[in-house]
Design a protein around this ligand. Structure first.
Ligand code: DGL
Length: 266
């Protein structure tokens, strides 16, 4: 592993771009190789077997790109396939998921009753609930699957009437009635953070995983003396398993007008 090697990031679609964006803001010297598995989007309702198989193939590809670190910028794959990704890395790259940094952050915060929203797979896995209460047994948790949010965001609906009505419909659920903090347990959701804040009007603190994960990546690389010292000579690369306009537009929105986007069959 060399300091100049890229950081590999993957997600089912545009969600992981929220992590990639924060990461490049915090560590502008780093080169990013991003894979959006748009052909298999959404991951939220696929079988565990399918998620594991997609994640392993993507990891193999990112390792071939000589990534020094693989960030599973997807809660669903982090919940269901972390061990498989770690194994596939075979110590050739550091593996990080998006759940552990958020759990550690939440347990250090003033949270008492934590709500978690995410895909069906993430919520059914109970991963947040188990990890939060293991680290802080006094914490109360309430989880809700919000499966319409990913397709809504991928279709570009945020900060409008449709998104605010769908979001309100979910957040009004009595399950989330008494929460003081809300974990955005899907990397797509930072794109609707403003809509969620409008709904709660400061009553609930929103925990946005993108910023927390970026800081954790920086610390991990720094601890291992693997932070890029100088600006990368190579530009970021973006790969997708199926070309979609939505992906290209979002990548351009986060990373500037000209991006290097390639469709690749794994
Ligand atoms: N962004 C993803 C997550 O964090 C995946 C959403 C999906 O594809 O359903 O879970």
């Amino acid at each position: 592993m060399k300091k100049t090697n890229p950081i590999g990031i993957f997600d089912s679609g545009i969600g992981g771009l929220t992590v990639g964006h924060q990461l490049s803001k915090l560590m502008p010297n780093e080169q990013i190789v991003y894979f959006g598995d748009t052909k298999h989007l959404p991951y939220g309702d696929k079988s565990e077997e399918a998620i594991k198989s997609y994640s392993k193939k993507i990891t193999k590809f990112l390792i071939e790109q000589e990534c020094k670190m693989i960030v599973i910028a997807c809660n669903t794959a982090s919940a269901l396939a972390f061990n498989e990704v770690k194994e596939s890395c075979n110590k050739l790259a550091i593996t990080l998921n998006v759940i552990d940094p958020v759990v550690a952050y939440t347990c250090k915060s003033e949270a008492k009753i934590v709500g978690v929203i995410g895909t069906k797979n993430t919520i059914t896995s109970n991963v947040y609930d188990l990890k939060l209460r293991k680290l802080n047994p006094k914490l109360k948790t309430a989880s809700l699957a919000t499966p319409l949010l990913v397709p809504m965001i991928e279709e570009g609906f945020y900060e409008d009437k449709i998104s605010s009505s769908i979001i309100a419909n979910y957040l009004e659920n009595k399950q989330l009635k008494d929460i003081d903090h809300l974990i955005l347990g899907c990397t797509h959701y930072p794109l609707i953070e403003d809509d969620i804040n409008k709904f709660y009007k400061t009553r609930v603190t929103i925990i946005n995983s993108a910023k927390i994960v970026a800081k954790f990546v920086e610390k991990t690389l720094s601890d291992r003396n693997l932070l890029a010292r100088d600006p990368s000579t190579k530009s970021h690369s973006f790969f997708v398993s199926d070309y979609t306009k939505s992906f290209e537009q979002s990548a351009q929105h986060f990373f500037g007008a000209r991006i290097n986007l390639t469709k690749i069959v794994l």
